[in-house]
Design a protein around this ligand. Structure first.
Ligand code: MLT
Length: 413
């Protein structure tokens, strides 16, 4: 008799964005005349940059000729992309990495969910609250949490790090003993970003208290303030305590194309039960070689083109386009009376609900009265209650229209 992984049964509902999609689909079916604007899931709307399309076409042609056809590639990614990553994302910021410290993947969601496999079964972890749901849900599935506590809206055994207006929505190092901490900087969902000093404090805490930071910098390209680091490895000593994940989804529009990478520095170690230090890099390498046959060649060529001068120029223009939307949301809703956070180093605006309304109630109100889809803050954790997240990844026209519709509801009259 096969048994199910009962950890899955601890999950109280569907994946957040699947729940929202279902709700919106039902509403849309019932109201086919409604012109719905989607500012919920952070999915991009700009097409791939011409430099990336050119590189993909070229790679497609190579795949059609016997002399240049590629079968299985290296599980860690092709050297051409790993070198472009090191040169483009790290050398420029004074960070040295070895080629074998970079692992190309098929999306940061996959990488961030799977990285925990190289840690022990008894893994204890901390997450920001609110937080990108994948960190938490994947750990539930792997059995790294206790039961769902419906009353509190949290899992037993997880260390939650509250992010509130009082601490600028910036998670502070845990007081409890943990093995790993997930940090997303700039943060999804609050859109706020930690400064170099704050991140230095985290690295210091990780060294003193022996935990590893799983650092998700998927939104790094959206940083505009000079004191926000683009990589955790800008902080001295971070290589000993951090693994960094990056995605091409938000910087180059790869949400449907799928490419990412993980940096596991050789200096980063965890321990055997007898106290012996073990490098994490060969473990992740072993995991990838066993579970993964590499990101498609065509996609890796596309990612490489992101680092070309034209690729950088074209992709940055798209990032600026989205940041203009972020400012339209931030400024427009502030003017309408809302309290808005984020949207300065991030494509996400974190908006306080009016009059203490619950997140899901405000989500429903905006869907029904303004035909605007958002993401309820409580879906990201209990400290997200009372907030909504709006994404700047829509078109400019839709963003302007959505803000106007919300302002026209005159909720602060
Ligand atoms: C989000 O909306 O939080 C993200 O787009 C989801 C993701 O990156 O997987």
């Amino acid at each position: 008799m096969a048994h199910v992984n009962e950890n899955y049964l601890k999950l109280p509902g569907n994946y957040l964005f699947a729940t929202i999609a279902k709700k919106v689909e039902a509403y849309s079916k019932a109201h086919p005349e409604a012109n719905i604007i989607r500012l919920g899931i952070g999915d991009v709307t700009r097409p791939l940059a011409p430099a990336i399309i050119d590189a993909m076409h070229k790679a497609v042609d190579e795949m059609g000729k016997a002399e240049t056809f590629r079968g299985y590639g290296p599980e860690q990614g092709y050297d051409f992309l790993r070198q472009a990553i090191i040169d483009g994302d790290y050398k420029t910021r004074g960070i040295d990495l070895d080629l074998d410290e970079v692992f190309v993947g098929d999306g940061a969601k996959t990488d961030v969910a799977c990285i925990q496999e190289i840690f022990g079964d008894d893994l204890k972890f901390a997450v920001a609250d609110p937080v990108y749901p994948v960190y938490l849900d994947s750990n539930v599935m792997f059995g790294h949490t206790g039961e769902w506590n419906a009353e509190k809206g949290i899992y037993d055994g997880v260390v939650y790090l509250p992010c509130t207006p009082e601490n600028g929505f910036k998670a502070e190092p845990p007081k409890e003993k943990v093995d790993i901490v997930y940090l997303c900087n700039p943060s999804n969902p609050t859109g706020t970003a930690m400064s170099k000093e704050e991140l230095t404090n985290w690295v210091k805490a990780a060294k003193e208290n022996n935990f590893i930071i799983i650092y998700d910098s998927a939104y790094e390209t959206y940083i505009t303030e000079p004191d926000v680091p683009h990589s955790i490895f800008e902080i001295e000593g971070a290589k000993e305590v951090a693994i960094e994940l990056r995605s091409y989804s938000k910087c180059a529009g790869f949400t449907g194309t799928r490419c990412s990478y993980v940096v596991v520095p050789h200096a980063c170690v965890a321990y055997k039960k007898d106290g012996t230090a073990v490098e994490l890099n060969p473990l992740w390498n072993r995991r990838q070689c066993t579970f993964f046959n590499g990101t498609p060649y065509i996609v890796q060529r596309a990612a490489e083109a992101y680092y070309s001068p034209e690729g950088q120029k074209q992709c940055l223009a798209d990032v600026e386009y989205y940041m203009e939307n972020a400012h339209i949301i931030r400024d427009g809703l502030t003017e309408a009376g809302f309290t808005v956070y984020g949207a300065t180093n991030s494509p996400y605006a974190w908006v306080q609900t009016p009059n203490g309304m619950k997140s899901w109630d405000f989500f429903d109100l905006l869907l029904e009265k303004a035909h605007v889809v958002t993401t309820p803050g409580s879906g990201f954790g209990p400290h997200g209650e009372g907030y909504l997240r709006l994404t700047a990844f829509g078109t400019k026209e839709n963003t302007v229209e959505a803000v106007k519709r919300i302002a026209d509801l005159k909720l602060f009259k």
